[in-house]
Design a protein around this ligand. Structure first.
Ligand code: HEC
Length: 211
């Protein structure tokens, strides 16, 4: 939830930064105080970059702990996130050093906003929709459930053979509540090996297996 809010703040900040400059260079009439707009564009622009670097380092840390290939959505998110790095670097270089390229700045800025938009919608936006649907909407919930079961099925042979054979898993006949606690216990034996999403998927799969 914190990362959802953080994501939207990041996006809002990016939009405000772009809007401040659009007010100065985009309008036919003049804004009252262009220097003020420019100043805040610069300040908030740096805040945007700081926030970006913060998210980036968090992402790199998370990725470095992972041994599996990424799903499509986190992968796309990571790619877009990385793409922002050269875009922001070029933007700052054009603005401060290679000033002959100044004319490209508005386009670059809008590309940065569009990339940030996609980036945030892929995660924070998606989470918000998923939360919004909740368990109340049967069709969506059911297909999400099926996805989860399928994911759990493919995760068991990867995640649950780390310390013992699968026989141990197949031999157990448990209620969903017992699977819940068993899988959480297994996950806690080696923190970082099975994350919460994976544990939940595995629980969904194992719980419906004997039905
Ligand atoms: C970090 C090592 C480790 C991983 C990963 C692991 N297990 Fe275990 N598992 C153990 C150990 C150790 C035992 C025996 C001691 C115990 O029961 O706590 C065990 C026992 C079990 C048992 C028999 C005991 C019981 O509570 O019924 C089941 C079933 C089981 N594991 C299922 C799983 C499943 C499912 C996964 C994947 C989600 C998994 N394990 C992943 C270490 C692990």
């Amino acid at each position: 939830m914190i990362s959802t809010i953080g994501g939207f703040l990041f996006l809002a900040l990016g939009i405000i930064v772009a809007w401040l400059m659009l007010e100065v260079i985009g309008r036919k009439d003049k804004v009252a105080n262009p220097a003020g707009y420019r100043l805040w564009h610069k300040r908030l622009g740096w805040a945007f970059i700081l926030l970006y670097l913060l998210f980036l380092s968090g992402m790199v840390l998370r990725l470095s702990g992972m041994s599996d290939e990424l799903d499509v959505r986190p992968f796309a998110h990571a790619l877009l996130g990385l793409l922002l790095f050269p875009l922001l670097t070029i933007k700052v270089l054009f603005a401060r050093r290679y000033k002959s390229f100044m004319g490209n700045l508005p386009t670059l800025g809008l590309i940065i906003v569009a990339t940030s938009f996609l980036l945030i919608m892929l995660t924070a936006g998606y989470d918000l929709i998923a939360v919004g649907q909740g368990p109340g909407t049967p069709a969506a919930a059911q297909s999400a459930g099926e996805d989860q079961v399928a994911e759990g099925k493919s995760l068991v042979p990867i995640k649950c053979t780390h310390c013992h054979s699968l026989d141990r898993v197949w031999a157990a006949d448990k209620t969903p509540a017992r699977w819940q606690s068993t899988v959480k216990t297994m996950a806690s034996k080696q923190p970082g090996w099975i994350n919460d999403d994976q544990a939940n998927a595995i629980i969904s799969f194992l719980s419906q297996r004997k039905k």
